[in-house]
Design a protein around this ligand. Structure first.
Ligand code: KE4
Length: 432
């Protein structure tokens, strides 16, 4: 029995599923989750001392690698001055100044403690500002676990809210519409029927939570056009893409100006912090200035603020994003070649340093096409990589992340492991 096995058995007696977030439990791939003892740079070591090249990176924050020294130092210094005040502090202002400078559509920003809080608050703000009730999200996009966003994917072009989790009532999702991602006609249809009561459209501008799926050419522009036409707010959920795809996130990469932006993950340097922001004309509706209430004991936590500022100061440097792209392209090409050599159907989607190998013919352009993936084969591939010291997201419908701590040697090691793991998969059904 491994240390992780023992820890997992212990954890399962105390914590539902033995984890504090479901995806960590390995249910999509089977086996025992690896309990992390230490992480540094592009790697972590589990409780048994096994080392892995890490492509989860805490699901996005570790874009400079784990235990990045300036971030660690900033947190240590901040902690020595107290861990939380429940009162304003300079670190909040300093991170807010960085966010506003890097994301020009954000004139004012409110820090919260999770991406869920950020999207939940942004939607409440949109409803408060517009006086409207309906919100539209897209199938396969995930925006955290606020009730109104936990809706099941619909079957039709647009579906009125169907609870996507036990405990979510029909009432709380009655005003949540869903439509397929990357389908302009579906959005136009929603606008034609519900436009007058549509408060907001919320989207992952590059989807990460169905696996990495890029917006089709013109799709984001269409969302901008349709929302402007009907007077709904366009909310970019950049919890994952913010500071990941460009200093100004996906909105900079694609040249789209949303009304509100949600940020998370990288913005807190791996500590619990997230944010939502936009024009002052909208943000000034938030308490204590305006009637839209939102609050948080640990919002603007000084340690998280210090970590976020330290990370951004070292991330946003000349050449950083070009290097992230180059490393991830190297991985994408290597995986595709390895799959071809092994005769395994693989579609490797990539945007910037977000990447997902889908075990299907492709193209993967939305949730329906993502779901054609052979998830059992993904699970076998996951374990084939794990035993060769490569840690991928333990689920097919997730994005993997490359960091600036990864090197060409790491990428080439990963590709070599993939070549061996893919060869092992064999089996006639998957051969091209
Ligand atoms: P949190 O509440 O988990 O901080 O953020 C929710 C969220 C909001 N928006 C987007 C685009 C997100 O990707 C997330 C969270 N992402 C998942 C990864 N697929 C977090 C991992 C997990 O749930 O454990």
């Amino acid at each position: 029995m491994s240390q992780s096995d023992e820890l997992f058995a212990r954890a399962q007696k105390l914590i539902p599923g033995g984890v504090n977030s479901p995806v960590r439990a390995f249910q999509a791939v089977g086996g025992t989750p690896r309990f992390v003892r230490k992480a540094e740079g592009a790697r972590f070591w589990d409780a048994d001392g096994e080392g892995y090249i890490d492509y989860v990176g805490s699901w996005g924050p570790m874009i400079l690698g784990h235990a990045f020294p300036p971030v660690v130092e900033a947190v240590q210094k901040a902690a020595a001055k107290g861990t939380s005040y429940g009162a304003p502090c300079v670190a909040e202002v300093e991170l807010a100044e960085r966010v506003v400078r890097l994301v020009p559509t954000i004139e004012k920003v409110r820090f919260v403690s999770s991406g869920t809080e950020a999207t939940m608050s942004a939607l409440r703000l949109a409803r408060g500002v517009t006086g409207r009730r309906k919100i539209l999200k897209f199938e396969g996009c995930y925006h955290g676990h606020a009730d109104s966003l936990l809706v099941a994917a619909g079957s039709g072009v647009a579906t009125l809210g169907i609870p996507g989790s036990a405990g979510v009532t029909e009432g709380t999702v009655a005003d949540t519409l869903t439509a397929p991602f990357n389908d302009v006609a579906a959005v136009e249809q929603v606008a034609s029927v519900h436009g007058a009561d549509l408060a907001a459209v919320i989207v992952e501008p590059v989807a990460g939570n169905m696996g990495c799926v890029a917006p089709r050419e013109g799709y984001l522009e269409a969302l901008r056009r349709v929302t402007r036409d009907v007077g709904a707010l366009l909310i970019f959920d950049e919890v994952m893409t913010g500071f990941r795809l460009a200093p100004g996130g996906a909105q900079q990469l694609y040249g789209i100006q949303p009304d509100l932006t949600c940020l998370g993950k990288i913005v807190g340097g791996g500590l619990p912090a997230a944010a939502y922001g936009g024009p002052a004309a909208i943000m000034d509706h938030v308490a204590p200035l305006g009637p839209v209430y939102q609050a948080g004991t640990l919002s603007g936590n000084p340690l998280a603020m210090a970590a976020g500022s330290a990370l951004l100061d070292h991330l946003v440097r000349p050449g950083a994003y070009e290097r992230l792209d180059a490393l991830t392209i190297r991985l994408q090409v290597g995986l595709a070649r390895a799959a071809q050599a092994a005769g395994v159907m693989l579609t490797v989607n990539r945007v910037g340093s977000m990447i997902t190998p889908f075990f299907c013919r492709g193209p993967v352009v939305d949730y329906a096409s993502a779901k054609t993936s052979d998830t059992a084969l993904f699970g076998r591939f996951f374990h084939g990589m794990l035993k060769r010291g490569v840690y991928l997201p333990p689920a097919q419908f997730e994005a993997a992340f490359v960091s600036l701590a990864h090197t060409e040697v790491d990428i080439d090691q990963t590709v070599a492991a993939a070549a061996a793991a893919l060869q092992e998969l064999g089996g006639p059904p998957q051969r091209t």
